[in-house]
Design a protein around this ligand. Structure first.
Ligand SMILES: *Cc1c(COP(=O)(O)O)cnc(C)c1O
Length: 353
C-alpha cells in the first residue's frame, strides 16, 4: 500500500451528510455540501450529493471545474468572492457565487452576457467575524445596484461567522440576518429564495430549538467530513468522526535519549525544539511532514505521542507499541491537517464504501 495516504470512508461521509440534512430539515433549513477540503474529489462530492443536500459549494473555481469534468451533477456555488481574473471561468462553471464587491458583480454580468446565461449572486453580509461581507448599512445600496446588472440574478443573502475570529452564531446575529432578509424583500418587492446562515459553526444554534427565522440554508463542510463542530471541535452526536484517516509509514525506529545534546538554537521552522528529558524513549520517524499536512493537527493512536515535525519527518514517542520499520500509523486529522493532506501531491487517497 502506498504511504502516506488518506483513507476515506465514503459511506460514513454520506451518512454524516444525511443525518445533518434530516435534523436540519425539521427546523426548515436545507444543507449545501461544502467540498473545499476535498480538492474537487468526485467520489466525495457524489457521496455528499447522494445524501440529499440541495447543492455543492467550494471556495475554489479549480475544484468546481474538476468536479464538473468528472461529471458531478447538482448546482455548484463558489463560496469565495471571485477574482476579477477568473470571472469567465466562474460564470462558465459555477451556477452561483458569493459576492461582496459591485466591481466583481459587474464583471460577472458582462462575462455571463458573453456566454448568454444568467449567473446567480448571493450577497454576503458582515455580522461581526470580520472576514468577508458587506457592512449591513450598505446592503440596500448594493442590492439596488446588483438589480441593475442584466445578466445576474440576486438569489439571496448570507453570512459567515466562526471562521476567522471565532464569533459564535447566536440568536442575536442570526435574527439580524433574518431582519436584513426582510428588508431586502421589501426593497425588491419579492422574497429572496436563499438566506444562508453560515457554516458548521451554526449547527449548535440551528439545532438548539431557537427560532431559525428566515434562515433556510447552512453550508456544511467540516461537520460532514469530520463529524465535529468547529467552535469547540466537539464530536456531533450520531456522526462518524473517523470517516477520514491519514496513514504514515515508519522509516526509523530506535531507542534515543528524549533530550537533545549540544547548544540549542532555532529549528528549521523557527521554534525552539524539546529541551526536557525523561530518559531513553522508543523514538520513531514517520515519512510524513509539514509538506504533507499540519503535523500538529493529527490525533495519534493511544500510546503514541507526536514530539516534533520537520518538512518530511514526524517524530513520535512510540512508548511500548513496538512499531517496526515499514509498519503504519493511522492518525485522525483535524480540519487543518485534512485540508493540507488533501492538497499535498505526496499524499494518495484510498476510498472505501
Ligand atoms: C469553508 C466555508 C464553509 C464551510 O465551513 P465548515 O466549517 O467546513 O462547515 C461555509 N461557508 C463559507 C463561505 C466557507 O468559506
Amino acid at each position: 500500500m502506498t504511504a502516506p495516504r488518506l483513507e476515506i470512508h465514503l459511506g460514513k461521509i454520506s451518512r454524516n451528510a444525511r443525518l445533518l440534512v434530516q435534523s436540519l430539515a425539521r427546523v426548515g433549513i436545507g444543507v449545501t455540501g461544502v467540498t473545499k477540503a476535498a480538492l474537487g474529489s468526485a467520489e466525495i462530492a457524489n457521496a455528499i450529493l447522494n445524501a440529499g443536500v440541495s447543492g455543492l459549494a467550494d471556495s475554489r473555481i479549480e475544484n468546481i471545474e474538476s468536479m464538473r469534468r468528472a461529471g458531478v451533477r447538482g448546482s455548484m456555488t463558489l463560496l469565495r468572492s471571485p477574482m476579477l481574473s477568473q470571472v469567465g471561468r466562474v460564470v462558465a462553471h459555477a451556477d452561483v457565487s458569493f459576492n461582496t464587491e459591485l466591481d466583481v458583480i459587474s464583471e460577472l454580468s458582462s462575462a455571463a452576457r458573453k456566454l448568454d446565461r444568467k449567473h446567480g449572486i448571493v450577497l454576503m453580509v458582515e455580522l461581526g467575524d470580520l472576514r468577508e461581507g458587506i457592512m449591513p448599512g450598505d446592503l440596500a445600496g448594493v442590492v439596488r445596484q446588483t438589480l441593475r446588472f442584466p445578466h445576474v440574478v440576486l438569489e439571496g443573502i448570507g453570512a459567515n461567522l466562526a471562521c476567522l475570529s471565532g464569533v459564535r452564531p447566536d440568536a442575536k446575529n442570526m435574527a439580524e440576518l433574518s431582519a436584513l432578509a426582510d428588508s431586502v424583500d421589501a426593497l425588491i418587492g419579492g422574497t429572496l429564495s436563499l438566506v444562508s446562515g453560515g457554516n458548521s459553526g451554526n449547527l449548535q444554534w440551528a439545532l438548539s430549538g431557537a427560532p431559525t427565522g428566515r434562515i433556510n440554508d447552512l453550508r456544511l463542510g467540516e461537520s460532514v467530513l469530520l463529524g465535529r463542530e468547529p467552535l469547540g471541535r466537539n464530536p456531533i452526536h450520531g456522526l462518524h468522526t473517523d470517516a477520514i484517516s491519514l496513514v504514515a509509514e515508519v522509516i526509523e525506529s530506535k531507542t534515543k535519549p528524549s533530550r537533545p545534546s549540544g547548544e540549542i538554537g532555532e529549528t528549521a521552522f523557527g521554534v525552539v525544539g524539546p529541551t526536557h528529558g525523561v530518559g531513553d524513549i522508543s523514538q520513531i520517524i514517520l515519512a510524513l511532514g509539514r509538506q504533507d499536512t499540519d503535523c500538529f493537527g493529527l490525533d495519534a493512536p493511544p500510546g503514541i505521542e507526536i514530539l516534533g515535525a520537520s518538512s518530511d519527518h514526524i517524530i513520535v514517542n512510540a512508548g511500548d507499541s513496538g512499531l517496526p520499520i515499514g509498519s503504519e500509523v493511522r492518525f485522525q486529522p483535524n480540519y487543518s491537517a485534512l485540508v493540507r493532506a488533501m492538497t499535498s501531491p505526496f499524499v494518495s487517497r484510498q476510498f472505501f464504501n
